[in-house]
Design a protein around this ligand. Sequence first.
Ligand code: CIR
Length: 259
Amino acid sequence: MSVRFTRALVRKPPASVAKGLRAVDRGAPSYEGIAAEHAAYVAALERAGLRVETLPPLDLLPDSLFVEDPALVFPEGAILLRPGAPSRAREAEALRAELAKRFAALVVLPGPGTVDGGDVLTLGDRVLIGLSERTDEAGARALAAALPAFGKRAEIVRTPPGVLHLKTDCAPLGEAAVLTTARLAASGIFDGLEVQIVPEGEEPAANALRLNDHILVAEGYPRTAALLEKTGCTVTALPTAQIAKIDAGLSCLSLRWAD
Ligand code: CIR
C-alpha cells in the first residue's frame, strides 16, 4: 500500500542547516525555527501511528535532514540513490549502515547517473521517476532496472520545468489516487487515477503526506486542507515556513515504510 506505514527514519537538523541549498534566496532559515518544525513533524508522524527513529545530525552536510532524497525504501528493502546536487552526494553513504541495519536487502544504485528520492513517486506497484535538474536519464534508467527486484515497475516521466522535484508538486493519497498541481496534472501522467488538484495559489500544499488515516499538509493553505478533509482522514497542518526557505516540504523529511 502506498499510504500504509508503521516506521519512519528521520535525521536531526544540523547546526549548519541555514547553508542548505536554495534555488531562490528568500533569506536564511533559522536553526531554531527548523528544529521546531522538525520536532512538530516527528510528533505528527507518531500521532499517525509510526515508530520514528531519529539519526544524529551531520554538520558537514547541511541538507542531510532531507533523508528522502538519498534513499528509496520499500517493506522488502532499500535502494541507496545518487543525489544530483554535488553538495548532497555523500548523504547516501551516510545512510548506508543505518539502512543495512533495518532492511533485509540493500541495493546501491550504480552510477554514473543521479536520482533524488524527491523525484520518485510510489503508487502501489508503479513507481514514477521524474527527470529533473537532480535526476537524469542515466539515473532514472538505472533505478528503473533496479525496481523489478522489489516487485515494482517504473515509468520515467518529467518533473515540470523550474520545479525542484516531482513530489514538490504531488503526493500519493492512495494506490491510485494523488494530490497534485494543475501544471503537473496537465502533463497527463496521472490520467486514469483519482486526481485532486490543489486550488490555484496553494501549489506548495501539493507536497502533502498521507500516513495511514492521517494527512499532513503545510500550514497556510486552508482550501487544500478543506479538500483533504473530504477524504475522511485526520488532517494536520504543520509549520513549514523555515524549511520552505531551503526549498523543502513535508515528504522529504522522512523515509517511511511498513514492516
Ligand atoms: C535541496 O535543494 O536539495 C534541499 N535544500 C531541499 C530538498 C527537498 N527535498 C525534497 O523535496 N524531496
